[in-house]
Design a protein around this ligand. Structure first.
Ligand code: ZN
Length: 151
């Protein structure tokens, strides 16, 4: 049997939960919006010092991902998504509405992230930014930031 060691520090802090909705109006069909500042602001507002932040978008044609905010890389991602899941692919969902490619790209990217919160902030790497991927815009989009932890 594996030797599992539990440690809870500090031992007496009360767990709390916080939720914030972020609204983003996107400006084009496909767009990667850097929402790092808004998410960091939500974590600060929560007052939680140590815990976890869940960043979630409640749509079927958006995505959430972490990476470097660099223009060339964002263009590369757009091209790779187009290559993997072309706009026109004879998709069955296009018989219902005409955005199957956007749904499929959302499935590939995923719609949430879980990140550690320490010392009241997100533990982001030096080159990491948080992105909302608009895949069927322009539209109004929502992102939820749920923070769970202790003071
Ligand atoms: Zn659809």
């Amino acid at each position: 049997m594996a030797n599992v060691k539990f440690s809870v520090y500090p031992p007496c802090n009360v767990m709390r939960a916080f939720l914030k909705e972020i609204f983003i109006r996107t400006g084009s069909r496909v767009e990667f919006v850097d929402i790092t500042r808004e998410v960091e602001e939500a974590v600060r507002e929560s007052g939680i010092r140590s815990g976890v932040a869940i960043i979630f978008t409640p749509h079927t044609t958006t995505g959430i991902f972490l990476n470097e905010d660099e223009g060339g890389l964002k263009k590369d991602l757009e091209r790779v998504l187009e290559r993997l899941i072309p706009g026109k692919g004879g998709y069955l969902h296009d018989e219902v509405d005409h955005n199957a490619y956007a749904h499929l790209r959302s499935i590939i990217l995923g719609v949430s992230l879980a990140m550690p919160v320490e010392n009241g902030g997100l533990m982001l790497g030096a080159w990491q930014s948080i992105f909302l991927a608009e895949l069927d815009g322009p539209r109004g989009r929502r992102v939820y930031v749920k923070v769970i932890g202790s003071d």
